[in-house]
Design a protein around this ligand. Structure first.
Ligand code: MRU
Length: 356
């Protein structure tokens, strides 16, 4: 029996190109481990929208497999080559626009579709096989990127506890995570430190998912309400903060889960280094700065009735942006699979990403 620590997986493809996508339903964690079979695109889109699968790299991978699901639909409908291609393109657009902020989703859908560019006359099942190979490549690559991010990021952590926000772990990626991989790689190298996870209102990704991942790994973790972060940082117990990202612009502004910006301001106020960990697929160099990032707004119910329990006064409105933007000046470094961008400048971003 292997002694390797348990790293959960967020999603997997079952069978050949006529098979289906399986998603670990994260809305049910940590109490129930339930796999959702996605045999049609509507189910994939619903799973992304309702955060059954979530986290920027993971929704990118789900999106890539969603394109394969579209081809499987075309095969089942008996569509000819031209109709099959049109079906895949139309369904792919629905997948790509399921959530707006994480650039990985559209990036992965477009990368997957690119492999059938110019391949006219292929029947639906041939299209599906070509798409599946690319989706699996994206998934495999993400596993390796997570490992590289962990390796580059772990040495950055100074002594002291580490605080993370939301979930940028295995559940949010195709591998060991981004911010969580930095922490677990440091831990696996023998270092010992306190790990803190913000609960991450309103959907509790920190309390439900990040904490669950650390518990699975046998790494002690302490959950705090988001509002306790300032008090914790003032106590001196935290040596660094590490978070993931949904989109990073050319100047290094970072969109991530709502509350990240506030945490970065608090970290700066207490002289605690604030790191972001993300693969190159999370960079959107077409956007100059964070003002241009589309910020998803979600339903009032998530704030007023979290986890199905009424906490907000009936009749009250709610403000529920799912993400915020942390300006580059508050970010000490960005850990990518290619290395660390530090200090965070336009030129350093282009140099590390090899964008010229
Ligand atoms: O709304 P979510 O749960 O999809 O938001 C996820 C985050 O904000 C993560 O920090 C980000 O996607 C990075 S995941 C490696």
């Amino acid at each position: 029996m292997s002694n390797a620590p348990a790293v959960p997986i967020a999603l997997r493809w079952q069978g050949d190109a006529s098979g289906h996508l399986e998603i670990l339903d994260q809305t049910l964690l940590p109490t129930r481990l339930t796999w959702l079979a996605c045999r049609d695109v509507d189910t994939v889109v619903e799973a992304i929208r309702s955060l059954r699968v979530r986290g920027a790299p993971a929704i990118g991978i789900a999106g890539a497999y969603g394109v394969v699901v579209a081809a499987a639909e075309a095969t089942r409908h008996g569509l000819g080559p031209e109709a099959a291609r049109a079906h895949v393109l139309a369904r792919a657009e629905q997948v790509a626009s399921a959530r707006p902020t994480a650039v990985n989703l559209r990036w992965a859908v477009e990368r997957t579709l690119a492999v059938i560019d110019g391949k006219v006359g292929c029947d639906a099942s041939a299209i599906g096989s070509t798409l599946l190979a690319e989706a699996q490549t994206i998934h495999d690559e993400d596993r390796r990127l997570c490992d590289a991010i962990g390796r580059h990021g772990a040495p950055l952590l100074p002594p002291g506890g580490v605080l993370t926000h939301c979930n940028a772990g295995a559940l949010a990626t195709g591998g060991a995570g981004t911010a969580v991989a930095v922490i677990t790689t440091a831990w696996d190298s023998g270092r010992r430190f306190e790990v803190f996870a913000d609960e991450t209102r309103p959907l509790f990704q920190g309390a439900r998912l990040t904490a669950w991942e650390f518990v699975q790994r046998g790494i002690p973790v302490t959950v705090l309400v988001d509002a306790a972060a300032g008090h914790l940082l003032a106590s001196g117990r935290v040596g660094s903060c590490v978070v993931g990202a949904d989109r990073i612009t050319a100047c290094g502004d970072v969109a991530n889960k709502i509350g990240t910006y506030g945490l970065a301001v608090l970290a700066a106020a207490h002289g605690v280094p604030f790191y972001v960990a993300a693969p190159s697929s999370t960079f959107d160099l077409s956007l100059d700065d964070g003002a241009a990032i589309p910020i998803e707004e979600r339903s009032a119910d998530e704030v007023l009735r979290p986890l199905g329990t009424t906490v907000g006064a009936p009749g009250a409105a709610a403000f529920n942006p799912a993400f915020d933007v942390t300006p580059a000046r508050l970010v000490r470094g960005i850990v990518t699979e290619h290395g660390v961008i530090q200090p965070v400048t336009r030129q350093a971003i282009r140099d590390v990403l090899g964008a010229g």
